[in-house]
Design a binder for this molecule. Structure first.
Ligand SMILES: Cc1cc2nc3c(=O)[nH]c(=O)nc-3n(C[C@H](O)[C@H](O)[C@H](O)COP(=O)(O)OP(=O)(O)OC[C@H]3O[C@@H](n4cnc5c(N)ncnc54)[C@H](O)[C@@H]3O)c2cc1C
Length: 508
């Protein structure tokens, strides 16, 4: 008999979610994490000064709050300390002429913002808001289920019948559009276009890359419908609560434990070998790993199989840098209303984002990078000592192949200079800073190859039913009983945990 029913390699949100669901359903589960704590790309640390709690990576927990793990384990997680803090002013964009355009979790309030900055887009915004409500029942079954699958094929057929051919094909068209095409079609003002297109940049979609429209649509209008949620005192509420739930249901967790290989017989996974030489057997192995890392864990013989080698074609997205600031006070944005929003985006406009994306793709440091500036202490003051603040700054998108030991601090200075130009006085309010370059990101978490925050590019050739690659889709691998979950698998990056839940459902 095997030592465990299921071994899970990697304690990211998907691996932990799968472990918690399987443990609750009576499986003998072992979760192995190489870091000293679980969470992967969800981690909160005092990296600047004592008392300043920074979400090193993910901070927006909306996907988890609306995801399948939360749906099934809500009571268990809350009992074990999961607490969210809602923000009803989720995001805005600021512009060099001192304007800001923000989305509020209230249609009338968002409409009032549009009236000031882009009155010509009110009708379109309203139409898109109605569209999201109408299309959500047709989009959500695609996003939350195994792909390709009979279930989703049936759901799509039903959508076709309900919506009619023209509207169904319009939905497919939306899934394939770039953010530039989508925003040009729907909005007249360049501010509204930038507001929506900046969400494509979160998922590695420069304005001209096919497939970005879906995120621009879902996140912009979704922000108005649902706001955004943060973790109380830090995003690590998720891994902390999941760890307790796994153990409460008898699952075992071993941290500081790196898996050095996946054992197999006749192309069937049989367990794992640890760095210390220990071998542990299991009926099934789930790798919560970037699929590109898996061949190195297999035997030479397995590595040479063409289906295994195919994963070499899976490409990472562009890199990301994080800058964490401990602040005396929040930025005094020239556009005063920006002082109230959880995220402030600086593109500023679509053409700037397109240029930043093209520069990064061509191996150059963008002169005007696209910035996401999180102001979490607005909604959750518990993350800093009384009267003080933190800033979470994400630099979307950066090139591969940079020597960050030379460029990191200098480029971070450039980023702070840009913020200073929109919010004079910011620099002098900084008490301390910590810069996490793309190299640091990969050092923290091997899944973030080259500092790609999303575990593999999300471009449509490796998304939907093609994620990560045809021979590896449906969360299976060319090895029997070796499953994969995580952001390199469908439905991709983010803290939603859906791929972990999909695999857990396949195994129970
Ligand atoms: C900077 C940044 C900001 C982000 N912001 C957001 C956000 O605000 N909202 C959002 O929804 N998403 C965000 N994301 C994306 C999101 O955080 C990730 O997509 C998600 O957390 C990935 O989860 P995962 O299950 O794929 O595993 P990961 O988080 O990648 O975890 C995998 C784990 O496997 C471990 N591991 C690797 N190799 C081994 C081995 N050989 N043996 C044992 N363990 C191993 C790693 O140490 C790691 O802990 C962000 C990501 C980054 C990097």
């Amino acid at each position: 008999m095997s030592d465990f029913d299921t071994i899970i390699i990697g304690g990211g949100v998907n691996g932990m979610g799968a472990a918690a669901l399987l443990a609750k359903r009576g499986k003998r589960v072992l979760l192995l994490e190489s870091n000293e704590k679980c969470g992967g790309a969800i981690r909160t640390e005092e990296v600047t000064l004592p008392g300043f709690r920074h979400d090193l990576f993910a901070t927006n927990l909306s996907l988890f709050a609306g995801g399948p793990i939360m749906a099934e384990l809500k009571d268990d997680l809350i009992k074990n300390g999961l607490e969210f803090v809602p923000s009803n002013k989720p995001f805005c964009s600021v512009f060099p002429d001192g304007k800001a355009l923000g989305v509020i979790q209230d249609f009338a309030a968002t409409e009032a913002n549009l009236k000031r900055i882009a009155p010509e887009d009110i009708q379109s915004w309203k139409a898109l808001s109605e569209n999201l409500g109408r299309l959500a029942p047709h989009i959500l079954p695609i996003l939350g289920n195994e792909l390709p699958s009979f279930k989703v094929a049936k759901a799509l057929l039903k959508s076709w019948r309900t919506l009619g051919t023209t509207e169904f094909l319009s939905l497919i068209r939306l899934l394939l559009q770039s953010t530039r095409a989508f925003t040009a079609e729907n909005f007249k003002a360049r501010e509204t276009r930038a507001l929506a297109a900046s969400w494509g940049m979160h998922l590695d979609y420069g304005p001209d890359i096919a497939g970005g429209a879906l995120f621009a649509f879902l996140e912009s209008i979704g922000g108005q419908m649902f706001g955004m949620v943060l973790g109380k005192s830090g995003a690590d509420v998720i891994p902390n609560a999941l760890s307790k739930v796994i153990q409460q249901y008898g699952g075992q967790i071993r941290t500081s434990t790196r898996v050095s290989s996946i054992t197999s017989e006749n192309s069937q996974a049989t367990g794992v070998k640890l760095e210390n030489g220990e071998v542990i057997s299991a009926k099934d192995v789930i790798a919560n790993l970037n699929p590109a890392l898996i061949p190195n864990l297999l035997s030479r013989e397995e590595q040479s199989r063409p289906e295994i080698k195919e994963i070499d074609k899976f490409v990472p997205g562009l890199s990301t840098m994080m800058i964490h600031l401990a602040m005396d006070k929040l930025p005094q944005w020239t556009a005063q209303e920006a002082r109230e929003y959880n995220y402030v985006h600086i593109g500023p406009y679509i053409d700037d984002m397109a240029l930043a994306y093209a520069e990064a793709a061509a191996g150059k440091l963008p002169s005007t990078p696209t910035l996401v500036i999180g102001q979490p202490t607005l909604t959750d003051p518990s993350r800093a000592p009384e009267g003080k603040h933190i800033l979470w700054i994400q630099v979307r998108v950066l090139p591969h192949g940079i020597d960050w030991s030379k460029e990191g601090e200098r480029y971070a200075d450039h980023v702070i200079d840009i913020i200073e130009s929109y919010a004079p006085g910011t620099k002098s309010s900084i008490l301390s800073r910590a810069v996490l370059t793309p190299t640091d990101l990969e050092r923290f978490n091997a899944n973030l190859i080259g500092g790609d925050s999303l575990g593999g590019s999300h471009h449509i050739s490796q998304f939907f039913f093609l994620r990560p690659l045809p021979a590896w889709s449906r969360h299976r691998t060319p090895l029997k009983n070796l499953w994969i979950c995580g952001s390199g698998t469908w439905p991709g990056g983010g803290v939603g945990g859906a791929s972990g839940a999909i695999v857990a459902n396949s195994l129970s």
